[in-house]
Write a protein that binds this ligand. Sequence first.
Ligand code: ASP
Ligand code: MG
Length: 439
Amino acid sequence: MKVLKFGGTSVGSARRIKEVAGLITGRGVNIIVLSAMSGTTNTLVEIADYMHKGNANGAKEIINALEKRYGEVIDELLSDTACVEAARERIGEFFHHIRSFTREGFGEVEEKEILAQGELMSTTLMDIYLHEQGVKSVWLPALEFMRTDADGEADSDYIAERLGAMLEQHPEADLFITQGFICRNVRGEIDNLQRGGSDLTASLIGGALLAEEIEIWTDIDGMHNNDPRFVERTEPVHEMHFDEAAELAYFGPKILHPTCVMPARMNNIPIRVLNTMEPEARGTLIYNTVHSRSIKAVAAKDNVIAIKIKSSRMLMASGFIHRVFEIFDNYHRPIDMIATSEVGISVTIDNPLKLEHIVDELKEIGTVTIDYDMVIICVVGDLEWHNRGFEAKAVDALRHIPVRMISYGGSNYNISFLVKKEDKVKALNALSEKLFYSE
Ligand code: ASP
Ligand code: MG
């Protein structure tokens, strides 16, 4: 059994839904995970926003427009009268539910419930379309098996047990359709796995069922060796290790949700990134093998803030680094990059929230310098330290660019450089040229 996940663009119109139906049928009894149709989750966020502000009329207008769009999709997607009727009725029920929220008592729980309707609707449409095509698909309610625990982490045992039991009830199924993104939390309320979380759903299901493979179908032909938005010549990387993919997922274009690599990796289930618009393309296979001595990709992360703390004493007193980390930790600000010297430490964060408070406290232990608008350039590949020459090559590529920090040796898979925002494109291109396209 495989898990096949399709993102919002892949199911973004009646035509796309039909194309996806073609891709998922005749391939055995697999589990299909769908995102909401593109734009839907953003629209639902907007609706919830109007509700939070107590503007029910504003919400109503957007709801009407969204319902109209779904009506058009139904008309284009289905032709059998009974199926059209069934779709109108079920989609109508979802909209009825969205409209049922009132200003009083509208809070976070209600917002999550509104956000959940997108995936419920996309999977419903796909399920009805498949039935029209004579496919015995079974619609699995994710809210009955996808659950998070008290720490907000996926409850893997519960998921495996519930999902296993649900699948067993349907020996007749040609395939199973379920919703990405949505879940219940430890209190039993409707919740979600964060924006873009459908990839994580697929990975969790793959891990729970010990699936043969997890396919993430998106709108690009795999993970590329550089960011196509900034570098002209890029190519898909055909194979990479889980850890390389995990490093890359935090940077550059968000092809894979960063959290989704872990459950697959833990259970050693390969992930294949594929392109719905070009189904024959090879895509990227992410698995447990390192291709030695090869650099796979370069990517950038924007809006980074670098903070340097120079110790007040001449030499770094014991406990200094501990104190620095503690201050960031107290404000729940994760640190991304670190570089240390005998007299100080530089760290980066990607969110300025509470920064003044952090800086105030840091000033008690040292001299603080801050650089805004920085970019982390991440080089990913087999960077095991015994390999020779890769660091030199990467550093050499950047010889005309001022580099604020370098971090190497934290894993076997990456080197990170911190540069100014205005040097990002130049850095990405220089690295690409040097690492991939010269001798
Ligand atoms: N529909 C959700 C979102 O737009 C989840 C996903 O697409 O992965 O964030
Ligand atoms: Mg996505």
